[in-house]
Design a protein around this ligand. Structure first.
Ligand SMILES: [Zn+2]
Ligand SMILES: [Zn+2]
Length: 166
C-alpha cells in the first residue's frame, strides 16, 4: 500500500485523497488467527499543514472471530482510524505507537494499517455483548438451549474446594 506524496511535497496539492481497498487475508492477533473475508475499505486522506504532513484514514473491515464465552464463530464489523503525523526517516523514532515514515516522497501504509487493527482488537471477543456462554456443567450453548443443571453462580476457586469436600 504505497502512496506517492510528491504532489504534496512539491506544493502542487494540499491533500491526497485515499479511497481504496487493501487486501489482507488474515492477521495473527494475540495468538489468534483473525480472518478478513473481503478487502479492507480505506477512506480518508493525507494533508499538508504548516506543522507537517498528516494522515487521517478510516479503515473499515469485517473479520471472523471466536467468542470467548460460547466458542462459536462470529463475524464482526469494525472501523479503525489511522491518524497522525508522517515523519521523515531522519527524525528520531518518536514514542508514538504507530509511525509512518516518508521515504523518497512515498509512504507505505501496510504496517500502520495492520498495527491499528491489532491495537483496536477487543481484549474480549464476544459474539454478542449478552452472550450467555456455555453451561459450566454440561457444556451446552445457553444461547440456544437450556439445561437442568444447577447453575447457581459458583466461584471457580470455590468449586475446587467443593469437589474436595464432596
Ligand atoms: Zn458467544
Ligand atoms: Zn448444563
Amino acid at each position: 500500500m504505497i502512496i506517492n506524496l510528491s504532489k504534496l511535497l512539491d506544493g502542487s496539492e494540499n491533500i491526497v485523497k485515499i479511497d481504496d481497498v487493501f487486501d489482507l487475508s488474515y492477521l495473527n492477533i494475540r495468538g489468534k488467527r483473525v480472518e478478513f473475508h473481503k478487502p479492507l475499505a480505506l477512506n480518508g486522506g493525507i494533508y499538508k499543514t504548516d506543522d507537517g504532513i498528516f494522515i487521517n484514514l478510516d479503515i473499515s473491515y469485517e473479520y471472523t472471530d471466536v467468542c470467548d464465552r460460547c466458542l462459536e464463530e462470529f463475524t464482526n464489523k469494525q472501523t479503525s482510524v489511522l491518524s497522525g503525523k508522517i515523519i521523515e526517516k531522519a527524525e528520531d523514532d518518536s514514542k508514538e505507537e504507530i509511525t509512518i515514515y516518508l521515504d523518497k516522497g512515498k509512504i507505505d501504509l501496510e504496517k500502520a494499517i495492520k498495527k491499528v487493527i491489532v491495537l483496536d482488537f477487543p481484549m474480549k471477543s464476544l459474539c454478542n455483548s449478552d452472550c450467555k456462554g456455555l453451561c459450566p456443567k454440561c457444556g451446552i450453548n445457553l444461547n440456544g438451549e437450556q439445561c437442568e443443571c444447577d447453575t447457581t453462580d459458583v466461584d471457580p476457586r470455590l468449586e475446587k474446594l467443593k469437589e474436595l469436600l464432596d
